[in-house]
Design a protein around this ligand. Structure first.
Ligand code: MN
Length: 232
C-alpha cells in the first residue's frame, strides 16, 4: 500500500467510525449465503485504476452493469434445475441450449466480469516476467507479438464482446468472444480478459477503443493473476 492509498483507507475508516455506518457488508454476506451466485468484491478501490479507467466508469460498470447480471441470474434460477449450482456449473449446463439463453447470458456475463476485475490492477501491464512471461514467449515468440494479436482481437470484435488470453492444452492463444460468450465452454482455460463492450470504456474513451486497449496492455494487466490461472 503506498502513502496515498494508506491515507485514503485511513480517511474512509475514520469517516465510517464517525458516521457509525451500518455494517452493510454483513447484510450482503448473509444474503449471499443463500445462493452460490453472489457478487465478487472489487479487488481494489473504485478509483484505483485512474486515470486509465475512471471512478465514474467503475461506479456504473461494477455497481450497475455487473450487479444487474448477478441479480438477473439469481432471479432466473429460482425454482429451476439451476438453483444451488455455482456460476460455472450454470454456464456449462445452459450453454448451447436455445431455450436457456437468458440464464446463460446472465451467468456468463457474471463470470466474465468477475474475471475481468481480477485481470487488472493498479500499476499493472507491460512485459511480464516469470512463468507467464516464459509461456508468452514460447507460444507467441515475443511479448510484442502477443500484444499485436491481443490488440487485433480486441479491436476487431465487432459490436460487444471480450478479448481473452487463454490456455489451450499446453499452448497459450488469443481469442475473442461475442456478447456473453465465454472460452470455458470450448474447453479453453481463461488467463486474462478485456471487456470490449462500449459500457466498459465509453465514458473515458468514447469511440477510441484502441486507446482503451493500449491502456490495458501498458498499465492495467494483472500478470500475477494470469500466472495463477496457468495449468501445469
Ligand atoms: Mn462489462
Amino acid at each position: 500500500m503506498d502513502r496515498r492509498d494508506f491515507l485514503k483507507l485511513s480517511l474512509s475508516l475514520s469517516a465510517m467510525a464517525f458516521l457509525d455506518v451500518p455494517d452493510q457488508w454483513s447484510v450482503s454476506r448473509a444474503a449471499a449465503a443463500d445462493s452460490p451466485v453472489s457478487p465478487a468484491s472489487l479487488p481494489y478501490a473504485k478509483d484505483a485504476l485512474e486515470p486509465y479507467i475512471s471512478l465514474r466508469t467503475l461506479e456504473f460498470h461494477f455497481g450497475k452493469h455487473y450487479q444487474a447480471y448477478i441479480d438477473n441470474t439469481r432471479k432466473l434460477i429460482v425454482g429451476t434445475e439451476y438453483g444451488g449450482l455455482s456460476l460455472k456449473e450454470i454456464i456449462q449446463k445452459s450453454s448451447g441450449k436455445p431455450d436457456q439463453t437468458a440464464i446463460f447470458n446472465n451467468a456468463a456475463q457474471s463470470f466474465n466480469h468477475e474475471f475481468f476485475w481480477k485481470s487488472m490492477k493498479s500499476g499493472g501491464g507491460g512485459e511480464p516476467k516469470g512463468r507467464i512471461g516464459q509461456a508468452i514467449e514460447k507460444s507467441f515468440g515475443s511479448h510484442a507479438q502477443f500484444e499485436k494479436e491481443f490488440s487485433e482481437a480486441a479491436l476487431t470484435q465487432f459490436g460487444s464482446g471480450w478479448a481473452w488470453l487463454v490456455q489451450d492444452g499446453t499452448a497459450l492463444k488469443v481469442v475473442k468472444t461475442a456478447n456473453a460468450d465465454t472460452p470455458m465452454t470450448r474447453g479453453w482455460v481463461p488467463l486474462l480478459t478485456l471487456d470490449v463492450w462500449e459500457h466498459a470504456y465509453y465514458l473515458d474513451y468514447q469511440n477510441r477503443r484502441g486507446d482503451y486497449v493500449r491502456a490495458y496492455l501498458d498499465h492495467l494487466i494483472n500478470w500475477s493473476f494470469a500466472e495463477s490461472n496457468l495449468i501445469e
